[in-house]
Structures are given as C-alpha cells and as structure tokens.
Design a protein around this ligand. Structure first.
Ligand code: HEC
Length: 168
C-alpha cells in the first residue's frame, strides 16, 4: 500500500518536472521558486527537488527529458525497484545507485563479475552500462540486452538520478 502511494507521488513530481522543462526556459527565477511549508511529501522528490537533482548532473543529462526516461524505465521495472526500501527482485533495488559502487547493495547476491568490476555509478557509467551490460561487464547476471538509442539512454539515466535520490 505504502509503496504504491510513494510511486504515485514520485510519478506526479516527475510529470510536473517534465511539464516545467517543456516550457523551454533554462534560467528560472520565478517559475518554481518556493513551495509552501509542509507541502513536501515525506518520500520522493518534489518538482523543485527533482529539478535541483537534475541540475547536479553533467551535460547532457542535466537537460534530459525525464518523462521519456520514466517511460523507458518500463523495460527495467520487471527486475528493479527504485524507491527507498524497495525490494530486490531479479535485480537489486536501485535506490541511491548514483552514490554507490556496483555490487554493494546489502543483502543482494551479485555476480562475481559485478563485485570485481565495482563501477562507480555516475551518469556516463550508467549510460554505458545500459547500452550494453554484458559488453561492459562480461559475466554479469543482468540479462538485459541493451538500449541502443543514445537519447533514450540519456533520458533514462537522468530519470534514474531523480527517482533514486534521497531528497534533502
Ligand atoms: C531481466 C532482469 C533485468 C532487467 C530487465 C534489467 N536488469 Fe539491471 N540488473 C539485473 C541483475 C540480475 C543485476 C545484477 C547484476 C550482477 O550482479 O552481475 C542488475 C544490476 C543492475 C545495476 C547495478 C546495480 C548495483 O547495485 O550495482 C544497475 C544500475 C541496473 N541493473 C540498471 C538497470 C536498468 C537501468 C535497466 C533497464 C534499462 C535494467 N537494469 C534492466 C537484472 C535486470
């Protein structure tokens, strides 16, 4: 129950962010400057937080289309959850993935190949992984074949950064 509610909140935040980005302004001073005290949900980023997280990413991820990224995540969602405390499925829960090294989620049984490679999951590294997991880490047990469209990967990486962050 609670997880479903959190997902809805997150999708709402991300949808709003997408709407913001479509307005095309890169310098905003007035558009989304404040949120009323107490309005922030207890989990998942608000649209302001999502925007701030996006801005911390290197180009081109910082201007990516989060809504498209969310749509592209559908192919990953049969094996991965994103929210804090989400369960491990075939693949590990990805909450906080951009702040950890590969193969270090406690309680998940990784391949030896992943534990040995232990990549630092920053945006470009995730991009490379999503393009061709077994090309990047031969012997990984992630059986996903790879995503070929570079723009879809950029959008997906940016969505992952926002959706797996712990809002401050
Ligand atoms: C068929 C199931 C499956 C699908 C689909 C899948 N994954 Fe995975 N994923 C795994 C498994 C299994 C691992 C563990 C790999 C290992 O230990 O070698 C993994 C590992 C990862 C990791 C490393 C996590 C860590 O803690 O180091 C990331 C990041 C990741 N997947 C992202 C994605 C993304 C993004 C997609 C969609 C494009 C995706 N995965 C699709 C099964 C899957």
């Amino acid at each position: 129950m609670r997880k479903a509610a959190m997902t809805v909140v997150l999708i709402g935040a991300v949808a709003l962010l997408g709407a913001c980005n479509k307005s095309g302004s890169s310098t905003d001073t007035s558009a989304s400057s404040s949120s009323p005290a107490g309005a922030a949900p207890s989990s998942g980023p608000t649209p302001e937080q999502a925007k701030a997280i996006l801005a911390t990413l290197p180009a081109p991820y910082n201007t990516a289309d989060i809504e498209n990224g969310q749509a592209k995540f559908a192919v990953c969602s049969s094996c991965h959850t994103l929210t804090a405390g989400g369960s491990d499925m075939t693949g590990p829960n990805l909450h906080g993935v951009l702040t950890r090294k590969g193969g270090t989620e406690t309680g998940y049984s990784y391949s030896d190949a992943m534990k040995t490679a232990a990549p630092a999951w920053d945006a470009p590294t995730l991009d490379k992984w999503i393009e061709n997991p077994r090309g990047m880490i031969p012997g990984t047990k992630m059986s996903y074949i790879g995503m070929h469209d570079p723009k879809d990967r950029i959008d997906l990486v940016a969505y992952l950064a926002v959706a797996t962050a712990t809002p401050k």
